[in-house]
Design a protein. Sequence first.
Length: 235
Amino acid sequence: MSTGLSLGMTLIDTAEVYGGGKAEQLIGRVIKNRRDEVFLVSKVWPSHATRTGIQDACSASLTRLGTDHLDLYLLHWPDRVKDLAEVVETFEQLRAGGQIRRWGVSNFGVAEMERLWRIPGGELCATNQVPYSLADRKVERAVLPWCAQHRMPIMAYSPLGGEGAGVLRNPVVQRIASSQGRSPAAVALAWAVRSGRVIAIPESGSVSHVRENAAALTLTLGSDELRQLDEAFPA
């Protein structure tokens, strides 16, 4: 993570459930003297999606992260959330109190986004975090166009395809990577963010992979390369 920050990848995404809170504790140690460099994102689990539940969960996340605010706080899933209006009201209270700068959602389909938009203040949602990669383009059918229409970026999790997806072993991806002098991961990430409306949040467990991912920041794919990827991974 320290290497990633130094290479300009300043967004760190976590959640209260990752490692039972230990992920937030680890991140807190990493950013202890670098908080101003980081755009910090965490998420609240749907079982905590009540007024007091969100307030308590946010406070606990802030404590584990060793900070007084989150740059973005997300509702992790829409499932089993009984009162979405209460979630919006509580997020807005946290924003007014300075504990969070912005709020958003994760894993919302179009129906859930429409429901959110009908709630007073729901249009203040900053982003929708969803799976998106060459291997998983389902959000292009409806979610991505809906968010683009409402001028909302999406956050793409598993942008390298997730475990077992085979994106990085695909011969087309490897051929483009070789011609560009970059890694297959850089090609997959450059593809994910090509529109300028997608924020990719790849996972990595090694410094070498972090460096490969960072190379995507300066990689622009040409029209012929995008066509080849479309053929290899049809929408």
